[in-house]
Design a binder for this molecule. Structure first.
Ligand SMILES: [Zn+2]
Length: 408
């Protein structure tokens, strides 16, 4: 194990703990990052993996998966790491080789390669470089299309199904890969819980990926509770299968505990409180990438009509079969002619506000459709669980029935 002192960064002298395999040649692997920045990125990637995928049977696959997640962390604030449209070499690694180590000859290798590459592209698009402006502008509009489109794009952006499959691969399961519906449900649970907790962090970053930027923010507690109950319902149902048991951890940790356990978040700095409202200080810190956060400045998508931004976007779309999950190119390429004229693009509302979400500002009518979609989650879950909906009362009944000693 390597211990890297980090007293020079504004985070207050955290020390990072890394397996030796990850800490070798930090500067060589992450050109453009200082040794301290590279150590922080690697440590955040390692902490994410230890939380989201706590168990594994293949160390080789686990290391490769950690490196893939770490590369995406770099893309969050150094967009050049996401320029995979121009080759497989990213941050000094051949990502095709890493994907091959993790997924080997599994039936999901090709699918997960597209999920991962898509995640890098979307992440980099949000880092605000001018050449990504057209992609960012299309992504911003596509996220607000509908809640179903939001959750599918956010699934990719958040690395949900990619990490579910990665967790299974790291545990060398031979079957039991999640169905499309199972991926969708578990991803919605994980994303919904994370977005609820990260609400203020995302406002400090000008984030466009937070479901409560489009639905009623006052629903956060009740929606979080609903998803948390679904997490336990899924966990109870799936925990007897090795393959399915390891994927629920993504939501179990990502849906809240990472905000306390990982130094990437401000739990200690905020006096052991999770989810405090953003301040001028946190917005300024995000602009300086403190804790690897990134602030998406207003107007970042407005340079979308430049030749460079157009060329980059066309390159990405031309490579959709390799880089985008099926359907994403269509979502990005949709005409905005059919879009609700009452919803406001980010340029219109962000010019009046110094902080806050960076995405579309939905009108009341559209927002109420998102609220209804969230409230209807139990019917979507029911299809997967084939159990009663997880409303508070029915979940109580569900738990009693499952654990009733008369049944065992
Ligand atoms: Zn509208």
């Amino acid at each position: 194990m390597t211990i890297t002192p980090n007293a020079g960064l504004p985070n207050g002298g955290d020390r990072w703990f890394l397996p030796d395999e990850l800490s070798k040649n930090l500067e060589d692997k992450y050109p453009g990052l200082s040794r301290d920045e590279a150590a922080e990125v690697l440590s955040a990637g390692w902490e994410f993996m230890r939380c989201l995928v706590p168990e594994f049977t293949s160390w080789e696959r686990y290391l490769a998966m950690t490196r893939l997640l770490t590369i995406n962390l770099v893309a969050e604030f150094r967009a050049s790491a996401g320029d995979i449209a121009f080759g497989d070499l990213v941050c000094g690694y051949d990502i095709e080789e890493l994907l091959g180590v993790v997924f080997g000859d599994t039936p999901v290798r090709e699918e997960m390669s597209r999920e991962y590459r898509g995640m890098l592209l979307l992440t980099a698009a949000k880092s605000g470089m001018s050449r990504h402006a057209r992609l960012l502008s299309r992504l911003t509009e596509a996220l607000a299309n509908s809640p179903a489109d939001y959750f599918r794009i956010r699934d990719c952006d958040f690395g949900s199904r990619f990490t579910f499959a990665g967790a299974m691969a790291c545990n060398e399961v031979s079957g039991g890969w999640l169905s499309e519906r199972e991926n969708q449900i578990l991803a919605e649970v994980a994303v919904g819980m994370y977005d609820a907790i990260a609400f203020h962090k995302h406002q400090a970053e000008g984030e466009i990926c937070n479901v409560f930027a489009y639905s009623d923010p006052s629903l956060r507690p009740s929606v979080y509770r609903m998803y948390r109950e679904a997490l336990w319902a899924l966990d109870t149902t799936w925990s007897r299968s090795v393959a399915k048991r390891c994927v629920v951890n993504f939501a179990r940790y990502g849906g809240g505990p990472v905000h306390m356990l990982m130094r990437r978040y401000r739990f200690v700095e905020n006096g052991l409180v999770v989810g405090l409202p953003e301040s001028e200080g946190t917005v300024a810190a995000a602009s300086q990438n403190v804790k690897l956060w990134h602030h998406l400045a207003p107007g970042s998508s407005q340079a979308g009509e430049t030749e460079v931004a157009g060329s980059y976007y066309r390159t990405v779309m031309a490579g959709e079969r390799k880089w985008l999950f099926p359907g994403l190119a269509n979502l990005l390429g949709q005409s905005n002619a059919a879009r609700c004229p009452s919803c406001r693009p980010p340029e219109a509302h962000r010019a009046e506000e110094t902080a806050g979400f960076g995405g579309m500002r939905l009108c009341n009518g559209c927002r109420s459709e998102w609220d209804a979609y969230l409230r209807d989650f139990p019917s979507r879950l029911k299809e997967v669980l084939e159990t009663p909906c997880p409303s508070p009362r029915s979940v109580e009944m569900f738990a009693m029935r499952k654990f009733d000693v008369r049944d065992t």
